[in-house]
Write a protein that binds this ligand. Structure first.
Ligand code: SAH
Length: 206
């Protein structure tokens, strides 16, 4: 997986590649999909949600430009896989998920895998986590209609926010960087994520 799907497509940060070597992805997928755990596509994890394709997790992580030891926020815990990758590189990971069942499942797996530097929250991550801010990096693993201002304002100086932005069924992966009170935006690539639902995301249906 690392050679073909990541290095072969240009992922080069040694910290990111090492994290992928260390995290056992098969532990994070439902048992019925274990045989496909290292395949080149997303997989269902329940509640209509997905664990992202390995390459997309790597690209988003690399786009944070981490040096190691940072405090990072993840919005959309899902399976917990992206949180594990971040926990390999960062000092502290805060991860927030709106579906309580998914959060509990991810918490159980991450604790079994031995991670002690992850903080879990259940709630609407479009608001960020005010009391834990500022963050050196913020990664949003669901697609937003716009970049939430609240998340930009919870970035530390020089911090980066990586987020898919666009329509319900297709988005652009965007990296936002903070310099003082100014924010620069850079488009990374097209992508398809499940919708980010919340106050500064999409409204809940039904
Ligand atoms: N990072 C995950 C991928 C999760 S898919 C992984 O590695 O497996 C996106 C997740 O975002 C879903 O679990 C969905 O429930 C969650 N989500 C959507 N809107 C959210 C919000 N406003 N706050 C927190 N989580 C949200």
């Amino acid at each position: 997986m690392v050679e073909d799907q990541l290095i072969g497509r240009g992922i080069s940060d040694p910290k990111v590649l090492k994290a992928f070597m260390n995290v056992r992805r098969h532990r994070f997928v439902p048992p019925s999909f274990a045989a496909d755990a290292y395949a080149d596509h997303p997989l269902p994890i329940g509640h209509g949600q997905t664990i992202s394709q390995p390459y997309m997790v790597a690209l988003m992580t690399e786009s944070l430009r981490l040096k190691g030891g940072e405090k990072v926020l993840e919005v959309g815990t899902g399976s917990g896989y992206q949180a594990a990758i971040l926990a390999e590189i960062c000092g502290q990971v805060c991860t927030i998920e709106r579906e309580a069942d998914l959060l509990e499942n991810a918490k159980r797996i991450l604790s079994k895998e031995g991670y002690k530097n992850i903080d879990f929250r259940c709630g609407d991550g479009t608001r960020g986590i005010e009391e834990a801010a500022p963050f050196d990096g913020i990664i949003v693993t669901a697609g937003a209609p716009l970049v939430p201002e609240t998340l930009k304002l919870q970035l530390a100086e020089g911090g980066r926010l990586v987020i898919p932005v666009g329509g319900m069924f297709g988005q652009m992966l965007v990296a936002v960087q903070r310099k003082g009170d100014e924010f620069t935006e850079e488009n990374i690539c097209g992508c398809v994520f499940v919708p980010l639902i919340g106050e500064y995301g999409w409204p809940e249906r039904g």
